[in-house]
Design a binder for this molecule. Structure first.
Ligand code: GLN
Length: 295
């Protein structure tokens, strides 16, 4: 049974009304000024059923950077190009109970990044991308995703400039630790590649199309398992128990859930909770899962 196909437009409309009426809580990231200044009311939601139906609410034209939502796609690209052994020699598949940029977690693990969806893991995987420079590495990933996912992602240079304007000491410390322990070979190249790929941007339909790329991929099972266990950082376990959708978040407020054999839910709403996950997006997914429990 495809539960997404049984959703009624009126139900979703009512949930959106409810979550919009809630007191505005949450914050935008202080360390990326353009994201910090973004209009907190902007909202977009698309649900794509595998059978082809598309439901859409909010602003279909607004573009936003994927930020950490790029991480499962970096993983997908590398699994496709290098295979499982090469990838999982460099990163684990274990959940983390620390924030996404935690150095403590990395040090407790003797420098081995415990999964590809936290910053240490994604910086490590960025070191494996083919290409001589951060520009060409990012371009390789971008072209492949646009071709395979039928989307129109682009590098948002204003976001990249903003990322560069604020020294991200956490990511710098992670890169140094990874290089010291031999998990990456060129820390500047890896970190700058990571910064760029986080700035790949698109519209809500691009995000949903990307989700369908994972659904169709030979490695979808393993990626969905990692998204379930690690996709919302330290909030992953609670969400997996309460909601159970494999989901990935980014500090832009992007949120992507991928439901095997059913379809994808893509949401964009910039206000974040303390773990860096979209408040409104998580509220909507919770309402959706409660609805699924009833049908
Ligand atoms: N580029 C951001 C960072 O490294 C991405 C983090 C995120 O989206 N959680 O802080």
């Amino acid at each position: 049974m495809n539960r997404l196909a049984r959703l009624r437009v009126e139900d979703i409309q009512a949930w959106i009304g409810e979550v919009h009426l809630l007191d505005r809580k949450g914050q935008t990231p202080y360390y990326i000024p353009v994201l910090n200044r973004v209009n907190p009311d902007v909202f977009a939601l698309q649900i794509h059923c595998l059978e082809g139906e598309i439901l859409s609410w909010g602003d279909e034209t607004v573009t936003f950077p994927l930020m950490s939502v790029i991480k499962p796609f970096l993983l997908l690209y590398l699994l496709n190009h290098l295979g499982e052994d090469a990838v999982f020699r460099r990163v684990g598949k274990q959940a983390s109970s620390y924030p996404f940029n935690s150095l403590t977690q990395l040090q407790e693990d003797s420098g081995f990044p415990r999964n590809p969806l936290i910053n240490s893991g994604a910086i490590t995987l960025a070191d494996l991308l083919g290409g001589e420079t951060p520009e060409s590495r990012c371009e390789n990933l971008l072209l492949w995703l646009n071709k395979m996912g039928n989307c129109q992602l682009f590098l948002d240079r204003s976001v990249l400039e903003s990322v560069h304007s604020y020294p991200n000491v956490h990511n710098q410390a992670l890169s140094l630790e990874l290089e010291k322990n031999g998990y990456i070979s060129h820390r500047y190249l890896a970190l700058e590649t990571y910064n760029r790929i986080c700035c790949l941007s698109g519209k809500i339909a691009d995000l949903a199309n990307l989700g369908k790329l994972i659904l169709a991929a030979p490695f979808s099972e393993i990626i969905l398992e990692i998204m379930t266990n690690c996709g919302l950082y330290e909030a992953s376990e609670k969400f997996a128990i309460e909601v159970g959708f494999p989901t990935k978040s980014g500090v832009s407020g992007a949120l992507l859930s991928i439901l095997s054999d059913e379809g994808v839910i893509a949401c964009y709403s910039p206000l974040l909770n303390e773990q860096g996950n979209s408040v409104l997006g998580l509220d909507l997914l919770t309402k959706l899962s409660n609805f699924f429990k009833e049908i």
